[in-house]
Design a protein around this ligand. Sequence first.
Ligand SMILES: [Zn+2]
Length: 471
Amino acid sequence: MLILAPIFAACVTTAGAATSDFDALFTGRTLRYDYNHAGTATEEHIAPDRFRLEGEWPGSRTQLVDETNMGKYMFLVVDPGTNRTIYSRGFASIYGEWETTGEAKESWRVLHESQRFPEPRMPVQVVLKKRAPDGTFRELHSTTVDPASRFVDRSAVAPAGDVFTVHEGAHPSRAVDLLLVGEGYTAEQGDKFRADVQRLVDEFFRWEPYRSRKSAFNVRALHVPSAEAGISNPRQGVWRDSPLGLSFNAFDSDRYVLTYANAALREAAALAPYDALVLVFNDRKYGGGGIFNLWCTTAADSSQADYLFVHEFGHSFAGLADEYYTSQVSYEDFNPPGYEPWEPNVTALLDPENIKWKDLVEAGTKLPTPWDQAAYDEASYAYQAKRQKLRAEGASEEVMEALFDEVKSITKPMLEGQDHFGRVGAFEGAGYQAKGLFRPEVDCIMFTRNPTVYCKVCTRAIERVIDLYAR
Ligand SMILES: [Zn+2]
């Protein structure tokens, strides 16, 4: 067990000019609000669970209010004395995705969620807002809490596993604190977890903008021992007793790996300071997932593990949308037509003159920007059909990977040969839709597995979020 108290103790007084504001408003510890998010496609409710004290506050002490305008939801902490928002963050959630699936039209579901914020010195109001398709927010829930009251659980966090440091860049209040949590690693597989984490983190820092901003990151890892190796894979009849509940086939999508065991995960993660969680699961099968300001998941032993990590982290850390549209997904109403998505890297191009990444578009570039979508679609849909057939037949990962390489050998030269390759415009086909949504460049790691870069718009979006933690 490693708790990072000495680092915190040494540095608490060294944050920026607004530290005095922070110190006046907050105690320096972390408070967690756990609640249930329930509903159907047409109604939505929040039912409080509990408030829970965690360790030191690892987030920024100067950027308390989130002005990035991202996320389907917004969490706010309000001082009722002044009605001033003293802390806020945008986020997305499993619930927010689930309510767009067909299942939500037929049945109810309850999902457990948490919001973490610096512990206030005074009673506060906590508010959850939801974004309407037109971009405006409406209040979904509000409650008050007196942090000094008996309604806050201040018991010690149980040591669910071992924490170790992988990389130290700056004091937690001026860094992005990444916590990689292992799932499906037995007690005997601690060395494998360490090796997997090191490999993934080395790869992560080969990518921009992480490489240039390495000193703005701290990376720690947590091994929560699992009774069995691997995670559940329901479509193949594989069931594993793993402590954090990660499983393939979320929303009945074979490669989508999520957990619904939020309470267990948050309690385990509370052992270390973190701003962003990455759940690394001990499995060979291709799969992952990422939800903005929640966490991402990645298969440690897939030959595509490096891609999975940076792609899914793009979702969970920077709110990036999927730019692809030829893969099958379970969402039915993810982006309602006629509205601008909130994600920074997809646009409905309702007002081409004022496209949200306008400053990155070279003068004279046509919007929409021409590309050979018909040729790409033919190759990509043929690949998707093969992929689905092989998956249904229970093909091995080696066979699936050979297919990945095959489609890459066709689409990579095809996309690199486009006139506007490497330049920013508005290319039709993005966000699970072949028509009506546009992506910033012909190719990006949020579009295909081909490139080794995020496009310029995605890169800038990531940098903006790094700054939200590191300043
Ligand atoms: Zn992109």
